[in-house]
Design a binder for this molecule. Structure first.
Ligand code: SAM
Length: 210
């Protein structure tokens, strides 16, 4: 492991408490097992990597983000990283998930991590539920089906405060699938974006103004 990853891992380890760490370890193990044993894609957690989790956590703290939005909860792995940081900024995470089985797993994760009060899970198709939310948000994390990313771009930009951050996962691991989204985000008049080369690729955008 080179020094950059070692540093991010060390940061991640130091920032989560024992309860959250146990939940993260369990979800990492479940994700690994599901990927290995051929569990169908729709049932797998497909969590972000620990490096991305630590990166998101640090970003929330750097930005002092309090109103945090996530699209794609799955079993709550990235949510636990975000909520850990929200605990420090005095913030709250609102996370959107369509799959009832994943919602149940996420509820268990958050309860086991002692984070029920830090997170609201909004159930249903995020393309509809997003429209019911009051902004503005300080930071939004997009991690849903790749063919839906473009549908979420405009609604998320609208919900961000000027100066707010949008982070989108998988821009390198799914570069072809997300080429249209990347082009739309990078040329969006209200966004300024850079691609962070954490292995799966995080597109980090700031909404102009603020
Ligand atoms: C890649 S997984 C998210 C992983 C999660 N962020 C983590 O790191 O633990 C994508 C999730 O998006 C959910 N999803 C798919 N379509 C959705 C939609 N229209 N609205 C809300 N969630 C959706 C899937 O059920 C799946 O749980």
């Amino acid at each position: 492991m080179d020094r950059f990853w070692a540093r991010l891992h060390a940061y991640g380890k130091a920032t989560v408490d024992e309860r959250a760490a146990a939940v993260l370890r369990r979800l990492e193990e479940e994700d690994r097992r599901d990927r290995a044993d051929g569990t169908p894609r729709e049932r797998r957690l497909r969590s972000v990597t620990p490096e991305v989790g630590a990166f998101l956590n640090l970003l929330v703290k750097i930005a002092g983000a309090r109103r945090i939005l996530e699209v794609g909860t799955s079993g709550g792995y990235s949510t636990v990283w975000l909520a850990t940081a929200a605990g420090e900024t005095g913030g709250h995470v609102t996370t959107l998930e369509i799959d009832p089985a994943k919602i149940e797993r996420a509820r268990r994760s958050l309860s086991d991590a002692g984070m029920d009060d830090l997170v609201t899970i909004v159930e249903g198709d995020g393309r509809q539920t997003l429209a019911t939310l009051d902004g503005p948000f300080d930071l939004a994390f997009l991690d849903t089906e790749k063919e839906l990313y473009l549908d979420f771009l405009e609604p998320l930009v609208r919900l961000l405060r000027p100066g707010g951050l949008l982070v989108a996962d998988n821009l390198l691991s799914h570069a072809d699938d997300l080429a249209g989204f990347r082009e739309a985000a990078e040329s969006h008049p209200e966004l300024e974006c850079v691609l962070i080369p954490i292995p799966r690729g995080e597109l980090l955008c700031r909404k102009r103004g603020g």
